[in-house]
Write a new protein. Structure first.
Length: 278
């Protein structure tokens, strides 16, 4: 069975890695969009059209399940993709792990892009899942772009700026952009001791597997990985090799050719299910 994961850039790697670790026989189709990135500042209809087209292309190439490991895509286009593909193709979205963080922490910071931090969507999530905790948004200016570029100096500068903007009282940080887990070790290193990171990649992968199992189909595969680059057969960018996940992927992945992928779990990261993943 082939699972397609759609994101503008490297944010699809953490969820892809969890899927590989939990169900290595699955075939993965990684659909990136460097030509259109970043999606966050784009008009909503543009994002909808872009993501729906990517999903349609993936299904045409044999994908039986579609995952949107991207907050912008999930918020803007998830319902449209589900409507377009119909009930026979499960579509799983992503949301920040606010609910589990607020369940155990009284002061929570949500690190996200500037657009997400200022959005009504994030404000609504805080209102729904904040659980009475003090929840503050922290705009991580340029961090996702720096991660896509693999620019370690810019990544470090963006992380340091986010740390400086995070209230000292916070004992939990929610990684509200799917790119950020790729630099979780650096974030942990720069944050004060005792701050827990929360990330939704594992929960999205687990929900994807539940949806796959509910289909009652043969899920066997070759454990292969294919890459689409703005709709064209391609490969993961060289910048993927900056990260532990990328170093596991970048050598074996060769465009639409089949190859295995694996990842070592970061046991410090936590995940959460959310109704938008269903």
């Amino acid at each position: 069975m082939t699972v397609a994961l759609i994101d503008s850039g490297l944010g699809l790697l953490p969820t892809s890695a969890w899927l590989r670790r939990l169900r290595p026989e699955l075939d993965l189709l990684l659909s990136m969009d460097p030509d259109g990135a970043p999606w966050g500042p784009k008009p909503a209809q543009w994002v909808v059209d872009r993501v729906v087209a990517a999903a349609d292309r993936a299904v045409g190439l044999g994908a039986e399940v579609v995952v949107l490991p991207c907050n912008t895509a999930s918020v803007t286009a998830l319902d449209h993709v589900r409507t377009h593909l119909g009930d026979s193709i499960p579509v799983i979205g992503t949301v920040p792990a606010i609910k589990p963080a607020a369940a155990v922490s009284r002061s929570v910071a949500i690190w996200a892009t500037a657009a997400t931090t200022a959005s009504a969507y994030q404000a609504d999530l805080i209102a729904r899942f904040g659980n009475g905790s003090d929840v503050v948004g922290v705009a991580c200016h340029g961090l996702a772009d720096a991660i896509d570029l693999g620019d370690t100096d810019r990544i470090a500068a963006a992380v340091d700026a986010a740390v400086a903007s995070t209230p000292d009282s916070c004992d939990a940080v929610v990684l509200g952009c799917t790119h950020y887990p790729l630099v979780a070790d650096l974030i942990t290193e720069r944050l004060p001791a005792g701050v827990t990171l929360f990330d939704s990649a594992r929960a999205v992968a687990a929900q994807t597997l539940r949806r796959i199992d509910a289909l009652g189909r043969d899920v066997g595969g070759g454990g292969t990985v294919s890459v689409l680059v703005s709709g064209r057969p391609g490969a993961l960018p060289a910048s993927a090799g900056v990260y532990a996940d990328g170093r596991e992927l970048v050598v074996p992945v060769r465009g639409v050719e089949d190859s295995p992928m694996r990842r070592v779990e970061d046991s410090r990261m936590r995940g959460v299910e959310d109704s938008r993943m269903r």
